[in-house]
Design a protein around this ligand. Structure first.
Ligand code: PLP
Length: 446
């Protein structure tokens, strides 16, 4: 199909330079395994798991079949005051995978909704315990928690925030970013060891400024994904947990990217041995094929919310929050089939094995190339950072992204980073192709 067979006047594309897209459209019409087919009949390898979603690869029959069967059985039912069998089963499976007493799953439809849901739970939980004054949130510079006003407020990517001014939540602060471009520009399959304690700032400046007793929650991505795969220093998340515990502050891990296998473990929480109070997920939970997100909360949070209504009549709702499509039966059927597939094919283990293959290939092929100023790898994801073109931030990485696309590799450009995070089924030879194509494109963009 030629793209000009399509009318392209009506779709406003998300997070996309629409004007340049119109001149050089990139349209997928089919996908299978590691590859897309484009509108002009070319094959493009999915180097980014379609935005960190498609861990099991495209067009997986068990997931497709489960969706079709669900459509023929129970297509949809409202989620309020009734529910469906698949939602309970999916919640049970997710709770069983989640660490510790993270046992209560609130479903939503996306990572953005998960961020806002977790923030609302934090406020409601503190209020239920008689600490309604805890309403300060702490995010991190260059964090990404989606595009709702809550997630945007705790998020720290300047371009996503800059035009929303005073519409952002007022009582929010941000931790320093977790990157040192001088001492730790290159991170090779492991966490960097810093000689400086990054979290002193939280203890010595941010918490005293707001008073710790006013802080509801700290929300971070265990590894900063959307910013361009930035890895925290060794011990950072453990120490963050300790500081939150000391002050009665909830810790939320946004595992929308790191959840379901990216680091070779079910969650980054397992990888780092640190349990949050809430864990946000989306994306890979359904292999990307159907929108589903959620927040897994501890029993303690759930019990506090139920207990707060001790004197309320039983018909009273305990948490005024939810979405028309919370726990959608088709999404949950997709999640059940996806999680079964991950287990049967040992795909998290495979991600753990292929991670160092990707990391080694990136460091070997890209170090020393023109404009390369950093390479970071951990789990099955890696990023290369390029020196920006003067006065045109993001331009060099965008040019490399376009070049790779035209040579059959979908990479992700994030600022002046290029990220590879392929499906867990990726083969070594495919990693070599992706990294080789990226290296050639970087040379051409010099
Ligand atoms: C860590 C994190 N949180 C939230 C989101 C937002 O998810 P969605 O685009 O599904 O709303 C993303 C999306 O990339 C993400 O990476």
């Amino acid at each position: 199909m030629a793209y000009n067979d399509l009318r392209m006047d009506n779709q406003w594309l998300p997070f996309t330079p629409n004007r340049s897209f119109a001149k050089d459209p990139r349209i997928f019409v089919a996908a299978d395994g590691m590859h897309f087919t484009t509108h002009d009949g070319r094959q493009v390898i999915d180097g980014i798991s379609s935005l960190w979603c498609v861990g099991a690869g495209h067009n997986r029959k068990p997931i497709n079949e489960a969706i079709k069967k669900q459509l023929d059985t129970l297509d949809y039912s409202t989620a309020f005051s009734v529910s469906n069998d698949k939602a309970f089963r999916a919640a049970e499976m997710i709770a069983a995978m989640a660490p510790g007493d993270l046992n209560k799953v609130l479903f939503c439809n996306s990572g953005s909704e998960a961020a806002d849901t977790s923030m609302k739970v934090a406020l409601a939980y503190h209020r239920a315990r008689g600490e309604g004054h805890r309403n300060v949130f702490i995010g991190r510079e260059r964090g990404y928690h989606g595009v709702g006003f809550g997630g945007m407020s705790v998020g720290g990517i300047p371009a996503n925030r800059k035009v929303y001014g005073s519409s952002l939540l007022p009582r929010v602060d941000h931790l320093r970013f977790i990157h040192d471009p001088v001492k730790h520009a290159y991170v090779h399959n492991t966490e960097p060891v810093w000689d400086e304690d990054l979290l002193l700032e939280l203890e010595n400046r941010i918490l005293p400024l707001h008073d710790p007793s006013n802080v509801a929650a700290v929300i971070v991505e265990p590894v900063a994904g959307s910013a361009g795969w930035y890895v925290p220093p060794q011990g950072y998340l453990k120490r963050l947990r300790e500081i939150c515990d000391k002050h009665g502050i909830l810790l939320i891990f946004d595992e929308v990217i790191t959840g379901f296998g990216r680091l070779g473990t079910a969650f980054a929480s397992d990888y780092y041995g640190v349990q949050p109070d809430m864990l946000n997920f989306a994306k890979a939970v359904t292999n990307g094929v159907f929108p589903l997100g959620g927040v897994v909360c501890t029993d303690r949070i759930y019990e506090a919310m139920m207990g707060a209504h001790g004197n309320a009549p039983e018909h009273a709702i305990e948490f005024f929050h939810g979405y028309t499509y919370s726990g959608h039966p088709v999404a949950c059927a997709a999640a059940i089939a996806t999680l079964d597939l991950f287990r049967e094919e040992k795909l998290f283990e495979r991600a753990g094995e292929m991670g160092p293959v990707l990391g080694d290939a990136m460091h070997a092929a890209l170090m020393g190339l023109p404009n390369v100023i950093g390479i970071r790898s951990l789990g099955l994801a890696a990023a290369v950072e390029l020196a920006p073109v003067a006065g045109l931030p993001g331009k060099r990485a965008f040019d490399v992204f376009m070049d790779c696309y035209h040579r059959g590799v979908l990479v992700r450009n994030a600022g002046d980073n290029l990220v590879l995070a392929p499906p867990f089924i990726v083969e070594k030879s495919q990693i070599e192709t992706m990294v080789g194509t990226l290296a050639d494109a970087i040379k051409r963009a010099a």
